[in-house]
Design a protein around this ligand. Structure first.
Ligand SMILES: C[S@@+](CC[C@H](N)C(=O)[O-])C[C@H]1O[C@@H](n2cnc3c(N)ncnc32)[C@H](O)[C@@H]1O
Length: 206
């Protein structure tokens, strides 16, 4: 079982510090990944951004400061509380994204839907179904940007797994780019991919 709501509630207070201290797999390249995603967002007057698995708000906090309208979704209330301290005027929804989209956003449209280090909690087929649902709440011309633990191919994932030894997390469903791109294209999604570190990459989807 991947880390659940309780696990993330317990981790929330130490999360930012743990990430800053972490080296190698699984967070190698984390800050570069976040900076890249932020750079992919073209800010307008009232850019609306949905952040899936917002955690402590690391990805969207700076965009909030540039007047983006942020909606943050997470199943961990502790994570949301920490994000809300940084972004008091943002909207937060406590919700498990493995379920249907929450009612509050089913009728909304977002210029960007972003997510960092969260969607690997879903198995590959579920990832695609979820991303299709996200497409339905995207504004005309909008973009979905998913940054996560991701390997170019199965060989690269296997090499990382071997090197990680006992620290490899068997409960998570990491992205493998060649397979994921194929699955997304089969689902009639247009996707481009950039590998950022040996274990992280960014999917730009519309
Ligand atoms: C590794 S953290 C990433 C947080 C943040 N996006 C970042 O880049 O630092 C994963 C986040 O996704 C949330 N999460 C994981 N599975 C979830 C699910 N099924 N529904 C909602 N949130 C989930 C966790 O509570 C946690 O805040």
């Amino acid at each position: 079982m991947p880390l659940n709501e309780t696990g993330f509630n317990e981790w929330a207070g130490a999360y930012d510090e743990d990430i800053a201290k972490s080296k190698g797999y699984p967070f190698e390249g984390y800050y570069k990944v976040l900076a890249k995603v932020k750079g992919m967002i073209k800010m307008g007057e009232q850019t609306s951004i949905l952040d899936i698995g917002i955690g402590t708000g690391a990805l969207t906090h700076e965009l909030y400061k540039q007047n983006a309208q942020i909606v943050g979704l997470d199943f961990s209330q502790k994570m949301l509380d920490l994000a809300a301290e940084k972004m008091p005027k943002a909207t937060f929804i406590q919700h498990d994204f493995s379920e249907e989209l929450p009612l509050e956003i089913q009728t909304q449209k977002f210029d960007y839907i972003v997510s960092s280090y969260a969607v690997h909690h879903l198995e590959d087929d579920a990832k695609v179904i979820f991303i299709k649902k996200l497409q339905s709440i995207l504004s005309e011309g909008g973009r979905i940007i998913i940054a996560d633990i991701s390997f170019p191919d199965a060989t690269a994932q296997e090499a990382c797994k071997e090197a990680a030894g006992r620290s490899w997390d068997h409960t998570e469903y990491y992205f493998v780019a060649d397979k994921m791109i194929r699955l997304l294209e089969q689902a009639e999604l247009s996707v481009s991919y950039e590998q950022i570190s040996f274990c992280a990459g960014i999917y730009l989807i519309h």
